[in-house]
Design a protein around this ligand. Structure first.
Ligand code: NAD
Length: 281
């Protein structure tokens, strides 16, 4: 039987609508600052997307398109200034940064209560301890998708493919917190197929098209494809051999239109969360 296609676009619209309703009742609006290095087409697409999301939710937003020649000190000063601003609750930096910049120091400069992408070790530490807080947008989006489709990870075997700090690691932690038994696979995993075949839930975030094929998926498994690789035609594709896997899985996310839009919506939720932390009512 063909899998249920999990509609990330529709869910994102619902999440943003919820944020909009909550923001509309606030006296002081949440604010987000987006910092981008380099004035190039990719930066504009990124900035426009964030601006549109903020507008839809009634969140105030500002963009800083800083030159590629910006020095480390200038970058840090900009962040320190944003850290002090009461109208700015969240600070988002488009990564990766130019080679000459010390990314680690820059991310550490963002105040943890304004770190809406959850890059700061303080927030990652809270996540590791299972404390409430700002959680990284992409894995939080995956959890939201599972919830929307009433898929309870508790007692399930889950394979997370990828161990990056942004997706794989926090995803594994969140699934563990949701009482799944989690295996994290990566480039040195000896038998990815064997691990995947045991999984009730596969979450793939490798960035390798066609990595997950139908023969690796158990009948009835839930398959979430986080990856977004640019195709030669300029489109996006995930890690999963979608058409074939959809014939075996019970639920599947498409690429595009799956995890991506929900990730963006989670940023709006995180900005609202940060505004509440700052006492905005
Ligand atoms: P990354 O390159 O930092 O990490 C990729 C991980 O996949 C690594 O840990 C690596 O060990 C593992 N991997 C790579 N090839 C593998 C293989 N053949 N077998 C097993 N494991 C393998 O990437 P990332 O930042 O974690 O992003 C992963 C993917 O998710 C990318 O395609 C990225 O574009 C996408 N992404 C999507 C969203 C979204 O909103 N949908 C957000 C963030 C990242």
């Amino acid at each position: 039987m063909a899998a249920v296609v999990m509609n990330g676009k529709a869910l994102a619209a619902k999440v943003k609508q919820e944020v909009k309703e909550r923001v509309s009742q606030m006296e002081q609006k949440p604010g987000l600052a987006v910092v981008l290095v380099g004035d190039n087409p990719a930066s504009h697409v990124y900035a426009n997307g964030k601006r549109r999301d903020c507008e839809e939710c009634g969140i105030y937003s500002e963009e800083y398109m800083v030159p590629e020649t910006i020095s480390q000190d200038e970058f840090v000063s900009l962040l320190e200034e944003l850290n002090q601003r009461e109208d700015i609750d969240g600070i988002l930096i488009q990564l990766p940064l130019s080679e000459h910049l010390d990314e680690k120091q820059i991310l550490l400069t963002i105040r943890p209560d304004k770190d809406v992408d959850c890059f700061h070790p303080y927030n990652m530490g809270r996540l590791t301890e299972g404390e409430e807080g700002v959680y990284p947008c992409t894995p939080a989006g995956v959890m939201r998708i599972l919830k929307e489709y009433n898929i309870d990870p508790s007692g399930k075997y889950c394979v997370v493919i990828g161990r990056s700090n942004i997706v794989g690691k926090p995803q594994a932690l969140m699934m563990m917190q949701a009482n799944a038994t989690v295996t994290v696979c990566h480039t040195k995993t000896p038998d990815l197929k064997a691990d995947c075949l045991r999984a009730d839930i596969i979450i793939s975030a490798a960035g390798k098209p066609n990595l997950v094929t139908a023969d690796m998926v158990k009948e009835g498994a839930v398959v979430i494809d986080v990856a977004t690789t640019r195709t030669e035609q300029g489109g996006l594709c995930g890690d999963v051999d979608y058409e074939a896997v959809a014939q075996k899985a019970s639920y599947i996310t498409p690429v595009p239109g799956g995890v991506g839009p929900v990730t963006r919506a989670m940023l709006m939720e995180n900005t609202l969360y940060a505004a509440r932390l700052h006492g905005k009512k």
